[in-house]
Structures are given as C-alpha cells and as structure tokens.
Design a protein around this ligand. Structure first.
Ligand SMILES: Nc1nc2c(ncn2[C@@H]2O[C@H](COP(=O)(O)OP(=O)(O)OP(=O)(O)O)[C@@H](O)[C@H]2O)c(=O)[nH]1
Ligand SMILES: [Mg+2]
Length: 345
C-alpha cells in the first residue's frame, strides 16, 4: 500500500488520484518540467526542487521546494554535490513524504551541475525503497562543456555509473545529439528536445493510466522491469500501412545510441484505430523481435479506438541495455553529418 492513498473510502476517488509526478531537479531539470507543463501533461503532478531560489521563482510547476536554505542560502550550489547531498539528507523525510505517495515519479536533471546531479541518484535510490517507481531522465552535457571543465566530467561519469548500476528504467538524452539543430537558437534546441521528452512522458502515462483491450498497466510494467535490467523508453508514430517503418522510426528517434546486452526484452504497446488488425500487430512484433536480436521476453498490449485511424502510435520499454552505454555516449561526440536517427543495434 502506498502511503498517502486511501484517505477516501470511495474507490472512484482512488481512480482520480494523480498517480504520476514529474519532478525537475536543479536548473536544467526544472526548465524541462516548466516546458512540459507548458505543452500540457494532464493528470500529472509537476514539482521542481532546487537550491537556487531565484530560479525556482520563475518556474511554472504546481509545487516548488527550496533545498539547503541554511548552508546554500538560496543561491544554488555552484557545482557542490556534497553540499547538496547534506541538504538532501536533512530533508529526506519531507522529500519522501511529498514524493512517495505517487506511483511513478519521473526525476529530471541535467548532469554536470551540483544540484540535479546529486539529487537525482539520491532520490531514485530513496524511492526505490518504497512502492514508488522512479524513472530518472538525464540530459548529458555537450562535449564542449566537459572539455572546458574536467571536474564536471568526473561528476557526470560518477552520476551515470551510479544510475546504470541501479538498473531499471532510465531515459538519457545526449545533448550532443542535438547538434543536428546547431543553427537554431539555443532555447529552440532545448524546446525540440523537451517536445520529444514530452512525447515519451505522455505515452508512458497513457499506456499505464488508460485501460485498453490487451492491457499494459502499472503492475505489468513493474513486473517487466524487475527482470529487464537497465531499460529505456522509445516511442514512434507512423501510417498504419507500414508497420515495419513504425518500429524503425521509434527505435531510431532515441536521442542516445543504445547498445544491447545479450539478454534483451521488450514491452510493446500499440495504440490505433478500429482498423488496427492482428496482421499489423504481428508485423510490428516480428520487426521488433528482429531489431532487438530476438529478445527473450516480449510482452505486448494494444488499445483500439472506436473510430478508424490512419496513424498507429507505438510505446516500448526496451530492456537489457549494455552497462556503460550511457557513459560511452558522453565520451563520443556525434559527427554533424551523423543522423539523429541511429538504430538500436
Ligand atoms: N539551464 C539549462 N541547462 C541545461 C539544459 N539542458 C541541459 N543542461 C545542462 O545541465 C547541466 C547542469 O546544469 P544545471 O541544471 O544548471 O545545474 P544544477 O543542477 O542547477 O546545479 P548547480 O547550479 O551547480 O547547483 C549543464 O551541463 C547544462 O549544460 C536546459 O534545458 N537548461
Ligand atoms: Mg543551478
């Protein structure tokens, strides 16, 4: 039983309780939450946590938490992870009281600073000891940021190693991959990234929150993750006539080149119209199995809308990422001619 639920006797109240939260940690994480709120995330609670009071004030989120007021005086940590960790330990009970009532908590941070980098693994670990499923979402810094500052690189590597070792569902977005848009103003580049992240969050929320014909709910997601090792999330959308392209598109649009270990797995959900046939489903599953190197386990679900639809939406949790996959992405700058789309294998 998750703490904080069941305060009402009515079961319908339980069905309406927001079970999912997105939480921005530090500057970059908070800005991403701010953008996601702007794009609309119905039924999802938004929170930001920072050591920087001025930054916190500007953010549009339902709840805001200033951390480390005594030591850091609301001025940010300036890269001091140790100071942030001390503040987090002091506030651990309060943070868990606010976050543990949710069933899923997305934790967003840009790695390389002090606040987000320290808080993300701290909270992921603390939440894993509860019933709540934490989903870390990390932005990996641009190569130039790391070249200019070796301490930052150590900081980033340590955080990634910790997250990879924890296993579970991890969404990592390599900022270097955004170089494809290098002629756009910087704020637009981050908007493009956040729009992609928005589609990931909304797809996962939709998959577990709304009942479907072949259901993939929170319990099946948790069961799947228990065995899947380090996993990630991909989404795609394509015309119903080309199921193979739908899979390719979903796998290639990831903003990180993942490499799979020998034992891969997948949980696949298709959302389409009344014209979605078993044959289409079959083609999607076959292509997925082939692309992932014949995974050991492949669970699937579908939702069919009452009206016909030209477009099918795919959401997949891919398990069995090779350890080091995320860390390697930090070390490998993308060549500008390299497509954003890089297949999983
Ligand atoms: N501001 C901002 N930074 C981003 C964004 N995406 C990635 N980053 C990177 O996120 C990393 C961490 O920076 P911040 O989030 O500002 O750091 P912080 O967690 O607030 O930590 P301190 O300010 O050191 O306490 C940097 O390497 C940024 O380049 C974004 O959308 N906005
Ligand atoms: Mg900051």
């Amino acid at each position: 039983m998750t703490a904080g639920r069941g305060s009402s006797d009515s079961w319908s109240a339980l069905a309406l309780t927001p079970g999912i939260a997105i939480v921005g940690l530090g500057g970059a994480g908070s800005e991403a939450v701010h953008d996601l709120v702007g794009l609309g995330i119905p039924g999802v609670r938004s929170l930001v946590v920072n050591t920087d009071a001025k930054h916190l004030v500007r953010m549009g989120a339902e709840e805001k938490i200033l951390l480390g007021q005594r030591e850091l005086r609301g001025r940010g940590s300036g890269g001091d992870r140790a100071a942030v960790l001390r503040a987090a330990e002091d506030a651990k009970e309060e943070l868990l009281r606010r976050l543990a009532p949710f069933e899923i908590v997305f934790l967003l941070a840009g790695l390389g600073g002090g606040t987000g980098s320290a808080l993300l693994p701290f909270l992921a670990r603390a939440l894993r000891a509860t019933e709540t499923l934490p989903i870390p979402v990390v932005f990996l810094p641009f190569q130039v940021e790391l070249e200019a500052n070796p301490n930052r690189r150590e900081n980033v590597d340590a955080t990634i190693e910790e997250l990879e070792a924890m296993g579970g569902l991890l969404i990592a977005i390599a900022n270097e991959k955004l170089r494809r848009f290098e002629r756009l103003p910087i704020y637009r580049v981050f908007q493009v990234r956040n729009a992609y992240l928005h589609s990931l969050v909304v797809s996962l929320v939709d998959m577990v929150e709304n009942p479907s014909q072949l259901n993939v709910d929170l319990a099946s997601l948790k069961n799947h993750l228990r065995e899947a090792g380090l996993s990630t999330l991909v989404v795609g959308e394509h015309h119903i006539s080309e199921p193979e392209r739908l899979v390719q598109q979903a796998l290639s649009e990831s903003l990180l080149d993942y490499r799979l270990a020998e034992r891969s797995s997948a949980l696949v959900h298709l959302d389409g119209g009344s014209n979605l046939t078993l044959r289409t489903l079959d083609r999607v599953i076959r292509t997925m199995r082939h692309a992932l190197g014949q995974p050991e386990r492949l669970v699937f679900g579908t939702r069919v809308r009452p009206e016909p639809r030209e477009v099918v939406h795919l959401t997949a949790v891919v398990g069995g990422l090779r350890l080091g996959a995320v860390r390697d992405a930090v070390g490998a700058p993308a060549r500008s001619e390299e497509p954003l789309a890089t297949p999983l294998l």
